[in-house]
Every structure is written in structure tokens, then in C-alpha cells.
Design a protein around this ligand. Structure first.
Ligand code: MG
Length: 312
């Protein structure tokens, strides 16, 4: 009787019994938790779900919302479509699921950015921005590093990023860049080559810093992936401190499910990120090492953040 009364209070019991048939105790408690009204505003990078989402997008988006995520960042936009769907259809599916598409990861079709293809890349961003206005996005993010071997390459990349930022801004969209670990590699000027005296005193300039310093803060933001920053042997907090205001968006990622590895100090990351103006963040899950499905993994990530006292 106690259980019946409890389920009824939680709205899970209809006149005919439990909604959707028999519910095992563990499922029931998960549903109760996910029906709570005090959920935090957490976003998900949909790449995390891989084929588990692309096989049935309409229902997959509903599952994302049911877990507790309120908004998503797209991956897979290509030539006016996201997978097999037009932008209008995708937006409709997201709206039907109760999800907002606030951001999207898009790469231009070349990783070589040179003086002579800057116009072509700018045209790519114009078309891309138009489609993302239709999607209702507020941000557009380039997730992969262009080929960078020297300071000249960096200069062309920064010029391209500033151009993309300007094109996006005209349409009311923010433009940003997402890192992996290779951005923490260095480029060395000709005159400095051979100056390295020992292996633990590297010469040259860190690419990520050159990108931060070489782009206009009013046009280009940085969506730091905190896991890849750590994998690049760097401390996200040092960057937050040094370049405050450049990181309104984050990828919250761990080696697998958030909080399991012990590699990531999320408490201090969130504390500092709020201090320097965090606007939104996306959970990202790549490697599952625990025998879960990707959906179970992203649910465990959501629950971790939803329960964490340091997450607002
Ligand atoms: Mg990421």
C-alpha cells in the first residue's frame, strides 16, 4: 500500500495501474528522480550518443529530454543537413522533444587554411550561419584544429576565425572554437630552433595561447573541453584565470562517465568557470569503459552533475 500511495503521489499510477505496464523498482526510482522539478540546466553534445541516437533521432531526442537535459549541441551538420534530416526537420524533432538546440559543431571542408582559400572558407561560414539561424542556434563552434605547423599557419587560422566570428555576429550568432589536446603543442620560430637545452624546457609558443591572443575577443569565444585540456597536460583553471571572459561555454568531459576517473577536479573547474562568466556547458561522453550503453552513460553523467553541490 505504501508503494502504491507513493507512486500515485508521484503521478506514476493511473486508474489502470502503473503507466506503461510493470515497473521494476530501480526503473521506478529513476523515473521519479527524472520527474523531479529541481533539475539543473545541463546541455548535451549529441555526438556522445553516436549510433544510439542516429538510428532513431526523434525518439532519441525525447530520451535525452527525459533524462533531464534541456538543450543540446549538434554534431554532424554537413551540406545543409544533419545526417539525413534538413535543418527544419531536425529543429522540429528537437522542439517536439522539448529540447533547444543552442549550439552546433561544424568544420569547414578543409583543414588547410591559407591566404588563397580564406574567401572560400568565409563563404562556407555564410551558408552555415544561415542554416544555423533556422535551427535557432545561439552558437556555432569549430571543433577540430586546422593544420598548424608554424606561426604563419596560426596567423591564417586566426584571420579565418575572426572572419567566421564576424559573419556569425551579423546574424546574431556567437562563433567559437573547441579544443582537443593538440592545441597545447608548440610552434617554433626559425630563429629559436635548436635552442632547447633540455627536454623539460620546451621552446616555442603554445598554439592555444596563440589562437587566444590572435583572435578578437568580441568575435571569437573558446569552448574549452576541460578533459582534452588536461590531456594536453594543462590546467583549465590557469587558462580561466589568464583569459577570463573568453570561456562562456565548456565541454564537461571525463575519461568516461563524469566523476568516475579521479582525473578531473570538476568542483574547482565549475567554481572558477562561474566566476569568469560561464554561460552554458555541454556534457560530452566518448569512451564508455563500464559496459553501459551510451544512453545509460549520458544519464549517469547528468545525474552526477544534477547531484553535485558545486553545480548551480
Ligand atoms: Mg569535446
Amino acid at each position: 500500500m505504501e508503494k502504491r500511495k507513493f507512486l500515485k503521489t508521484m503521478g506514476l499510477l493511473t486508474a489502470g495501474g502503473i503507466v506503461g505496464g510493470a515497473i521494476a523498482p530501480s526503473t521506478a526510482s529513476a523515473m521519479i528522480k527524472n520527474n523531479a522539478t529541481n533539475k539543473k540546466d545541463v546541455g548535451l553534445q549529441i555526438y556522445s550518443l553516436g549510433r544510439e541516437l542516429t538510428e532513431d533521432v526523434a525518439n532519441g531526442l525525447k530520451k535525452i529530454k527525459k533524462i533531464g537535459y534541456n538543450f543540446i549541441e549538434l554534431a554532424g551538420y554537413n551540406g545543409g543537413k544533419i545526417g539525413e534530416y534538413t535543418v527544419d526537420t531536425y529543429r522540429k524533432m528537437a522542439e517536439d522533444a522539448g529540447l533547444k538546440i543552442t549550439s552546433s559543431h561544424v568544420n569547414p571542408n578543409t583543414r588547410d587554411i591559407k591566404k588563397d582559400n580564406l574567401d572560400e572558407i568565409a563563404d562556407f561560414w555564410k551558408r552555415t550561419v544561415e542554416d544555423h539561424v533556422k535551427l535557432g542556434c545561439k552558437a556555432l563552434v569549430q571543433p577540430m584544429m586546422p593544420n598548424i605547423k608554424n606561426h604563419d599557419d596560426v596567423a591564417h587560422v586566426c584571420e579565418s576565425f575572426n572572419q567566421a566570428g564576424e559573419i556569425a555576429e551579423e546574424a546574431g550568432i556567437k562563433w567559437g572554437y573547441h579544443n582537443h589536446n593538440m592545441e597545447f603543442g608548440r610552434v617554433v620560430k626559425e630563429e629559436d630552433k635548436g635552442k632547447q637545452q633540455n627536454p623539460w624546457m620546451p621552446v616555442g609558443d603554445v598554439i592555444y595561447d596563440l589562437l587566444l591572443n590572435g583572435t578578437d575577443p568580441s568575435l571569437v569565444f573558446f569552448e574549452m573541453d576541460v578533459y582534452w585540456t588536461v590531456m594536453g597536460q594543462n590546467d583549465p583553471l590557469e587558462y580561466f584565470e589568464k583569459y577570463a571572459g573568453r570561456f562562456p561555454g565548456l565541454h564537461i568531459k571525463d575519461r568516461s562517465v563524469l566523476g568516475q576517473s579521479g582525473m578531473m577536479n570538476f568542483e574547482r573547474i565549475f567554481q572558477k568557470a562561474y566566476e569568469i562568466g560561464l554561460d552554458e556547458y555541454f556534457v560530452e561522453l566518448e569512451g564508455i569503459r563500464t559496459g553501459m550503453t551510451q544512453f545509460e552513460g549520458v544519464e549517469a553523467c547528468f545525474n552526477y552533475l544534477n547531484k553535485a553541490p558545486f553545480v548551480k
